[in-house]
Design a protein around this ligand. Structure first.
Ligand code: G1P
Ligand code: ZN
Length: 545
């Protein structure tokens, strides 16, 4: 087969954001656009030459075409072996599992996570390092720098590659291994959780659950694991067939986008347990009957109950980590149980070093991301299995487990307000203006709250000392409440302003209030402080979670 070198010129703006390069499909479909980015990966990641690469995506529109392009380029660039999920499919956590298990030198994830899919929607590509996790900032920056000067890429003239039949084949000098996307991941889950115990719960007539795959990749994983391996009744997994456009939906597991599932938990006939995952399978939402578990609480409860789960009961849990805007619920668990607690910038890549160094076992983000040291990505189905294992051991409802937790550790009321599609210049101005005023805020009284500190969050990685600046504006109050402002780094249109709000309640009698009413004063302080209405023209957020 003929290796061909194609001349090309750089595209602007190929800098990866919070989680890889995400753009509209049409941008990716421009001749040479994807190729330039992929060649920049090969040019900067020399270990891939003669090495193993794992490739897979969430099945969204353009997944197949992109997989073909990447395989041809991998062969032309001297990669020795590529492991690909059947049909070009792999969930993000499963890809991480495979990179680690087969000692690959890296992985390429094709996904725009929870963003909608289809010809007019989003596509994305992300490089994962040999530890199975999202590449560190220094690596994504090197890839980006390369995209700014690239003048050609190498590919192979070949016929369509068969992605659908499991087994090994060759593409020029490169081996292609098409594997079942679920097998290795499911085997890993069996080492962590008590499948017999979960099976007893799922097959009992007293327990009813639903899992919403949102027409995305976890349909494949959840059907196999929950229904086939663990015996949950057929139909437990809803919206189970992955579709290139996710059925026209927004595959983001939150109260707004997974409302069909939320509805199934409501009323006295609501199911006992419900969960959902996102486009690429790394996010999760956990619900009980008439009960929503915030992702921040979920992380805290997981950390507090690790001793009940087989995969974690033998090890001493030294530490936990959360992204800065995530509520401080897990900090209280860490404090009480004598674990280290790290506060990192937003994005899973910041957990990688801590996990690799064995400093933390669990980590999570308020954005419906929870995970552990078993892989280097957040893991939706893992969180669901953790909860099922916990429910099976404790024989209590979701609500009881959470409320007992609050009684012991206190409750961190939490909400996030997103203002999507805001004018970019207006959003940047709002942040800059607030940044300029931070120094004047400490001591200021607002609606009965006193500002204790206000800063522009920066992080020094404790393992490699790398420094990340401007990771969100924090305003902390003397009663432990916090307001955080950040601009999203994953959007593809305009700017998204995220406002994260949290307040602590230690008194059990006051822990059963509606979040919206508890947070109302803080919400109005947040709007006033940043002059959101004046600066964005928006009276209300687009999404409240
Ligand atoms: C969002 C979430 C962040 C998460 C990322 C990837 O990023 O807020 O926690 O790691 O998606 O799933 P953002 O759009 O806020 O930059
Ligand atoms: Zn995702």
């Amino acid at each position: 087969m003929q290796i061909v070198k194609i001349d090309t010129a750089p595209f602007s703006e190929q800098r990866p954001g919070t989680s890889g390069l995400r753009k509209k499909v049409r941008i990716f479909q421009q001749p040479h656009y994807l190729e330039n980015f992929v060649q920049s990966i090969f040019d900067t990641q020399q270990a891939l030459v003669g090495g193993t690469l794992v490739v897979g995506g969430d099945g969204r529109y353009y997944n197949r075409e992109a997989t073909q392009i990447i395989l041809r380029m991998a062969a032309a660039n001297g990669v020795a072996c590529v492991i690909v999920g059947q049909g070009g499919l792999l969930s993000t956590p499963a890809l991480s599992c495979l990179v680690r298990k087969y000692n690959a030198q890296g992985g390429i994830v094709l996904s725009a996570s929870h963003n909608p899919g289809g010809p007019d929607e989003d596509f994305g590509i992300k490089f994962n390092a040999a530890n199975g996790g999202p590449a560190a900032e220094a690596v994504t920056e090197a890839i980006y720098q390369r995209t700014t000067e690239i003048n050609g890429y190498q590919t192979l003239e070949s016929a369509e590659i068969d992605l659908d039949h499991i087994g090994a084949s060759r593409l020029d000098g490169m081996q292609i291994q098409i594997i079942d996307p679920v097998t290795d991941y499911a085997a890993l889950m069996q080492t962590l959780f008590d499948f017999d115990c979960i099976r007893r719960l799922l097959t009992s007539s007293h327990f009813r659950m639903r899992f919403d795959a949102m027409h995305a990749i976890t349909g494949v994983y959840a059907t196999r694991i929950l229904e086939e391996m663990l015996g949950a009744p057929a139909g437990t997994v809803i919206n189970s067939r992955p579709l290139p456009d996710f059925g026209g939906g927004h595959p983001d597991p939150n109260l707004v986008h997974a409302h069909e599932l939320v509805h199934m938990t409501q009323g006295h006939n609501g199911v006992d347990f419900a969960a959902a995952s996102d486009g690429d399978g790394d996010r999760n939402m956990i619900l009980g009957q008439n009960f929503f578990v915030t992702p921040s609480d979920s992380l805290a409860i997981i950390a507090a109950n690790a001793h009940l789960i087989p995969g974690y009961q033998q090890q001493k849990i030294d530490g936990v980590a959360r992204s800065m805007p995530t509520s401080q619920a897990v900090d209280r668990v860490a404090d009480k149980l004598g674990m280290d607690c790290f506060e990192t910038p937003t994005g899973w890549k910041f957990f990688g070093n801590l996990l690799d160094a064995g400093r933390i076992t669990f980590c999570g983000e308020e954005s419906f991301g929870t995970g552990s040291s078993h892989v280097r990505e957040k893991d939706g189905l893992w969180a669901v299995l953790f909860w099922l294992n916990l429910l099976a051991v404790k024989q209590q409802s979701v609500a009881t487990i959470v409320q007992d937790h609050w009684r012991e550790f206190g409750r961190n009321y939490y909400t996030r307000h997103d203002y999507e599609g805001v004018d970019k210049a207006a959003a940047t101005h709002l942040m800059q203006d607030l940044r300029n005023r931070l120094g004047s805020l400490p001591g200021r009284q607002m609606q009965g709250h006193t500002v204790e500190y206000a800063d522009d969050f920066a992080y020094t990685d404790p393992i490699d000392n790398s420094r990340s600046e401007h990771q969100g504006l924090r305003v902390g109050f003397t009663d432990g409440s916090r307001i955080i402002y950040r601009l999203s780094g994953t959007g593809t249109q305009g700017a998204t302003l995220r406002v994260y709000l949290e307040t602590y309640e230690a008194t059990p009698e006051k822990q059963q209030q509606a979040t919206a009413s508890v947070m109302a004063p803080l919400v109005s302080i947040a709007q006033e402080l940043a002059q959101i209405v004046q600066k964005t023209g928006r009276d209300n957020p687009t999404v409240i979670t």
